[in-house]
Design a protein around this ligand. Sequence first.
Ligand code: SAH
Ligand code: SF4
Ligand code: F3S
Length: 447
Amino acid sequence: MGKKKLYIQTFGCQMNVQDAQKMAVLLEESGYGTTDDPEQADLILVNTCSIREKAAQKIYSQLGRFRELKERNPRLLIGVGGCLAQQWGDRFFRRVPYLDLVVGTHQIHRLPEMVGELERAGGRIVETGFCDRVGSLDIPAQPAAGAVSTFVTIMQGCNNFCAYCVVPHLRGREQSRPLPEILREIETLTAQGIREVTLLGQNVNSYGQTLPGETDFTQLISAIGKVPGIGRIRFTTSHPKDLSPRLIACFGEIASLCEHIHLPVQSGSDRVLRRMNRGYTAEAYREKVAELRRVCPEISITSDVIVGFPGEEEEDFQQTLELMREIRFDNLFSFHYSEREGTAAVGMDRPVCEGVKRERLRALQALQAAHTLEKNRACVGRWESVLVEGQNRNGCEEMTGRTRGNRIVHFPGRTGLIGKTVSVRIGEAFAHSLRGEVEERGGADVH
Ligand code: SAH
Ligand code: SF4
Ligand code: F3S
């Protein structure tokens, strides 16, 4: 019997990508194999994101494109999952009348049952209830064939309620996966060729708080550090207020923990940080960075910033630029503030107009581009340890990988190096990558 075809498209963060992989794993049991071509699909799932208004708009226009497929093939099922689905619930049916299914962030595990029901009886299904324990949390995601590096979800939800953010409203409260469960998943991944894992959660520093006993994040990293075959560990995201001295110390102690931390600062102004409900001051942030650099001088530090949060005056914005000049982030993701339904910042006084937001974002991105290039140029002449991930997608005979500091490196080499860690001498630096030559003498050290 030919398999039914599933086409999944994801929007948003890595958490969404992991969830989409779990959906594919679950639906395999219902007889679905994945396809890259929506025209071939019997079931289309769009895993949605609601973090900013722009993300939501992109999703509606994508769904608009699937309408024609449904008109041609009335048996085609179309569903939405993820955060926007959680937020909109059955309002999604009004906006997208040809939709069959809305599945919330806590209901993924019930997907086979829901799809089965739609196949049998037709109609429409919406499930957006929250559960005390997310049923899909322990389902291992399936990395792409041949992948060397992958993400592993260690927790779900968020308890922080930053004033601008929808995530706690749409993903619910924090829940951690038991440590042995995570270790088992990682051991299985090593057998599939995975050499690097990035531990994923909205606030990984509070890993373990919902588990019985005393398990914390540093214990998890130490345990993964002992798994044979895993040469590199990364994690994302850390909240500055919860970055503990014990976790900072890990950067000097655990050999496989990569010298990189993503530590979103959001603003350099205490007044704005307070209104954002972030729970730290700019000074406290600077101190944590200084401590990280003391323990691990070569650490890469990347961050997120929001410009134009309500009440952000020019002076506050200048403080953000000042903090950037002082810290010199290796890379920075920046966004203009987008008001999201249900968050505490809705209706806050002194909103910043769109033109000012745009101008601030432009100035901030220009400053960061200069810093990123400066940091990349500082790598020229150095030997970098690079985990080879695959061929360079631009089609030339080049391989691509990442440094421990998370910089992309291209270099001439053989496909046989994929999955190996090689030493690359950096010759050139660009805005978003480095280029170098692989070491001739020692060759590759195999993990
Ligand atoms: N849990 C992570 C990431 C959350 S979303 C953390 O705490 O860092 C990723 C980034 O999106 C955030 O760091 C923030 O910079 C940005 N973001 C979140 N909500 C936003 C909003 N309403 N408008 C603009 N940017 C937003
Ligand atoms: Fe959103 Fe803040 Fe939670 Fe990050 S820590 S997910 S920004 S509420
Ligand atoms: Fe988007 Fe939800 Fe992730 S809002 S960023 S998909 S947690």
